[in-house]
Design a protein around this ligand. Sequence first.
Ligand code: GLN
Length: 451
Amino acid sequence: LAQAYLARIRQSDLNAFIHVDEALTLEQAAQADARLAAGDATALTGIPIAHKDIFVTRGWHSTAGSKMLAGYGSPFDATVVEQFRAAGMVHLGKLNCDEFAMGSSNENSAFGATRNPWDRQAVPGGSSGGSAAAIAARLTPAATATDTGGSIRQPASFCGVTGIKPTYGRVSRFGMIAFASSLDQGGPMAQTAEDCAMLLSAMAGFDPRDSTSLDMAKEDFGRDLDKSLQGLRIGVPREYFGEGLAADVEAAVRAALAQYEKLGATLIDISLPKTELSIPVYYVIAPAEASSNLSRFDGVRYGHRAKEYKDLGDMYRKSRAEGFGDEVKRRILVGAYVLSHGYYDAYYLQAQKIRRLIAQDFQEAFKQCDVIMGPVAPTVAWDLGDKADDPVANYLADIFTLSTSLAGLPGMSIPCGFGQGEKNGKRPVGLQIIGNYFSEAKLLNVAHQYQ
Ligand code: GLN
């Protein structure tokens, strides 16, 4: 298996993988063979997986898509990576992503954008674009990804694969290079909900090395896959179907909702009135946390260091100026500004209060329904280059994924059809399924019944 996937990766020019080490992969594959032969295997033993380059890995480079960490080798594995190793999975390599997971198109990667395998002119989505493109192109059967404001769900949607962002705290953040710590959450991507259930069961669980890790027992997230959906109440938020939603996306999502009715579910009209505010709130809170998290990249302990400098201050400034890309710098500036004296109350504190109201909206909604469904993004994947110079256009495209992250709720994207490409034909559409806290097994059940 590992050899077959490595051969496909070698032939691919999508730029989904940014670091491959075939010898290391084959070494792990041999270990998996030995485990299988010894009768000491789990269901995942020998199955290949690739990791978003935001998870640190011993052996493979760990760059977070940044020049700041180009060639960096971590002395340890992220907890998630360690857990998949313990299950016997075989690591294929590191997947491209937007720099420090900041972006919606993968174009913010210092290693160049990944292409969408459905239409090479299209972006794969972001920030986990490498993960989604690699699965869609069958370069790996499974991948890790992270979602801070949509980075699992939106690329899964753009590339026609399945991804789940778990409840905040389900999956350890230890060894996951930090972007916005109160939002960052790792999760799996694969072809199907069934595969995601197996992967999530292996990767979730309490980790004393992550202070926000949920102290809950291990779960089999696939336990309810085959349950009937008879009587399921699906909330359909008005705000997710308004102006700005492309007609082709709306048609595919409504067709999926109709299919759910056939499976025994009822559709309930609900409202999430603060949806629009999730954009300004997220783009205050996420940069604020990023500005703090990224202060560790100072050219001293690890990462890029400028070659010439006058003194320590000059070394910091030059190393950071050279190492970080434009979007990362923009967020550090915004974040430092909203946290500064005099602006903290007006922006940061205000955003935190609205964040609470957004979470309350969901709790009101869940009094009327079991899950919420809608589009993942307002449009299908756009063309490479189209929004590359327009950060605000990128931010606006996150409208349907940000509030779930702000509330810490689990959410999924499953493929539900195709829309039109701007020029070159079909591009995938994803259906978003949002559940209440800890409802991952239900989300996976709902997804699996459709698939
Ligand atoms: N697109 C959003 C951003 O740029 C979300 C990214 C993410 O979830 N990592 O911040």
